[in-house]
Design a protein around this ligand. Structure first.
Ligand code: NCD
Length: 325
């Protein structure tokens, strides 16, 4: 495994499967009453967030704390970053504090790679979402969730049909998922208006559909994407009502899903735009579970990148089980 996780392309097939398997082991900890392992004791993990985030930031924080690392939360607002400090000076400060891992979210695509390439720091850099580029741990938690439900006995996702629907153009979640789900053998269809597909999409390992009705009945997973208004300087579709009518997951389309198909969304959702409330809250929705699984997957990533003490974890989980905790 490489030192940094900047993109899904940093992972081999075996690395990806190892992360999912390790996450499955570590998930047992999240279910135990004492949700803590000593494996990263004494290590320092910094959450460096230049962009707003709820679930990703707290998920990384919970993951690091469950492995007993010290966590420093550093958000751009209220720090010297808002006084114009450069990424380099910030990195040197983090290095001086002995950060073993820096989890970075930035609105500029490529910012995590810059932090890693310049060797300003000796620790690992983990991309928690950079601009419209990538969000590798989101894709890993999505793959984990799909495997758990649809391929529980298998290593990968061979043959699973996944529709990724909506604002692909601005979505780092979609980019990382296309790379990862394809690596794991899933068959991907992107569903979006032509204006919300990136240039060069014809070279991606995907099929394309221009309406949700065409794919909804054949998909094993329907992954809805948020319409990212904050990244839209112009109009990409005539009206929200029209967008919902063609691309939204609503009660009619929900009824057409296969009985065991999964409804997913990375959050935050625009209820009523890309997804109706009844779809988001339906029995087929695993949206809340995605958040839970995110903690286990991020524990696995931190554990594997930082080379945590050997799964003393396993011993601990067992002793928890033995004493009926
Ligand atoms: C995503 C993100 O920030 O890229 N959310 C997340 O990490 N859970 C998707 C989004 O903002 O739409």
């Amino acid at each position: 495994m490489k030192r940094h996780l900047l993109s899904i392309s940093d992972l081999t097939y075996d690395d990806a499967v190892l992360i999912l398997d390790t996450a499955a082991e570590l998930a047992k900890i999240s279910d135990a009453p004492v949700k803590k392992l000593p494996t990263l004791r004494g290590r320092t993990v910094v959450n460096l967030f230049f962009e707003d985030s709820t679930r990703t930031r707290i998920s990384f924080e919970a993951a690091a704390k469950r492995l007993s690392a010290d966590v420093i939360n550093f958000s751009a607002k209220g720090s010297s970053l808002s006084k114009g400090e450069s990424l380099k000076d910030t990195a040197l400060t983090l290095q001086a504090m002995g950060a073993d891992a820096v989890i970075i979210r930035h609105n500029a695509s490529g910012a995590p790679a810059r932090l890693a390439d310049q060797q300003w720091m000796t620790g690992s850099v983990i991309n928690a979402g950079d601009g419209t580029h990538e969000h590798p741990t989101q894709a890993l938690l999505d793959a984990f969730t799909i495997r758990k439900h649809l391929r529980p006995e298998k290593k990968d996702l061979t043959g699973v049909k996944v529709a990724i629907v909506g604002d692909v153009l601005h979505s780092r979640v979609a980019r990382s998922n296309v790379l990862l789900l394809n690596k794991l053998g899933a068959e991907i269809t992107l569903v979006a208006p032509p204006t919300l597909l990136p240039v060069g999409v014809e070279n991606w390992p995907v099929k394309i559909a221009f309406g949700l009705d065409a794919v909804v009945a054949h998909s094993d997973v329907v992954m809805m994407l948020r319409i990212q208004r904050e990244r839209m300087a112009e109009l990409f579709f005539p009206s929200e009502r029209e967008y919902s009518r063609q691309f939204g997951l609503n009660s009619d389309r929900l009824k057409k899903l296969k009985p065991n198909a999964l409804v997913m969304h990375p959050g935050p959702m625009n209820r009523g735009l890309e997804i109706s409330a009844d779809s988001a809250d339906s029995l087929q929705s695993v949206i809340v579970e995605q958040v839970t699984n995110g903690v286990s997957v991020r524990m696995a990533v931190l554990y594997l990148l930082l080379g945590g003490a050997p799964l003393a974890a396993a011993a601990n989980i067992e002793s928890n089980e033995k004493v009926g905790m």
